[in-house]
Ligand binder design. Structure first.
Ligand code: ADP
Ligand code: MG
Length: 350
């Protein structure tokens, strides 16, 4: 077939998740040890004993996922590990090992790579995981990082995305939208620097939102709290794409709808003020900002009183409903809107 006859479909016509589905739909598990493959925060592998093994991987590309003009290399190393550990926690698991791979051009020095590894080391110490391997390659241009996290979970305590039930309460840890606001400050200072390199950056006053963007943490503490109070979430995901998109993953996989209440969605004072600085709606940042790495989960209504005892850093933001009732956000003013799955890349200033 000549080139002109070869069918050509734009990747954008499928979207990220449509593309993954399209490419992988023929891959049926061939091994009984494959308990769950594609479609959750981590893959689940059977092994003898009381635990499943969990595996998750992420790819980070310079210019797409990070910008070295404002992302310190040590933070980059730290973040690249933490975002993977977050996926293991999102299965109610405990990460134990990582594999760390990079592709690097000769633009980078040994010292630069040492900085990245300092961040990797700090993440390994903080979260008590072991670096057990990886791969190293040269690249023509730019830096590429890939991290694979391996963990374990007690078989009866694994939590998937597809198991939310009608009537369950929707909960989220921490606050949302700050990482996106942090990115706005970094982008603004980058533009100022490009135009006038001598101007000193104005970032000191925005430590919280910058920290949320540059050095996120995975919510190991929440997984521990829930376990201590004997609450087993009915479903869970980590908020990487944004609350709206991630609750939609839970609902689509669980074949449910959801009602979220704007007034209960947690936004920090710092993120609220930062959003207004950039003429953004703070709630839009919380819904679509992404990269918060908080845990979004559902619990049975019966566990409400136990959840109230934890108190710290958790919000009940809605209820799982019937699929036929849709996925809705109820605003403070009493209006309701359909949730939209906007990744943070696609977000536009309001
Ligand atoms: P997360 O945001 O939690 O890291 P992703 O949205 O990246 O999850 O991935 C969703 C699911 O799709 C996961 O099970 C992941 O392993 C799978 N997946 C992503 N990319 C590919 C790919 N290129 N081939 C096969 N599976 C993939
Ligand atoms: Mg995830």
């Amino acid at each position: 077939m000549s080139q002109s006859e070869t069918p050509r479909t734009d990747i954008s016509s499928l979207g990220e998740f449509g593309l993954i589905k399209h490419l992988t739909s023929n891959f049926l598990p061939q091994n009984s040890s494959t308990v769950f493959g594609i479609g959750d925060d981590a893959a689940v592998i059977d092994c003898p004993g009381e635990h499943y093994q969990l595996v998750s991987t992420d790819l980070l590309l310079e210019g797409i996922h990070f910008d070295l003009m404002y992302c310190p290399l040590k933070h980059l190393g730290y973040k690249s590990v933490v975002v993977n550990l977050s996926d293991i926690y999102a299965m109610n698991g405990t990460p134990e090992q990582i594999l760390f791979s990079f592709g690097v051009s000769n633009r980078f020095s040994v010292e630069a790579l040492e900085e990245i590894y300092k961040g990797v080391e700090l993440a390994c110490k903080t979260y008590e995981v072991d670096l057990i391997g990886g791969d190293t390659s040269s690249s023509k241009q730019g830096l590429m990082l890939s991290v694979t996290a391996i963990g374990k979970v007690i078989k009866e305590r694994i939590v998937y995305r597809h198991t939310a039930r009608e009537g369950d309460l929707v909960c989220v840890s921490g606050d949302l939208g700050a990482a996106y606001c942090g990115l706005q400050f970094l982008e603004r200072e980058k533009q100022i620097y490009l135009e006038s390199p001598k101007v000193q950056p104005e970032l000191e006053d925005h430590a919280y939102v910058l920290g949320r963007q540059l050095k996120p943490e995975a919510r190991r503490d929440i997984v521990k709290h829930l376990d201590n109070y004997n609450i087993l979430p009915t479903s869970m995901i980590d908020v990487s794409d944004g609350l709206s998109s991630d609750i939609m993953h839970i609902c689509n996989r669980s074949k449910t709808g959801v009602q979220l209440y704007e007034e209960n969605i947690p936004v920090s004072r710092e993120a609220y003020e930062a959003a207004l600085t950039f003429n953004l709606d703070p709630m839009t940042c919380a819904l679509n900002g992404g990269e918060d790495y908080e845990l979004l989960f559902t619990i049975s209504k019966d566990d409400r009183s136990k959840l109230d005892q934890i108190m710290s850093d958790l919000s009940v933001i809605g209820t799982i409903g019937a699929a036929a009732d849709g996925m809705k956000l109820y605003t403070k003013s009493g209006n309701s809107y359909d949730l939209l799955a906007q990744g943070w890349q696609h977000m536009e200033n309001k």
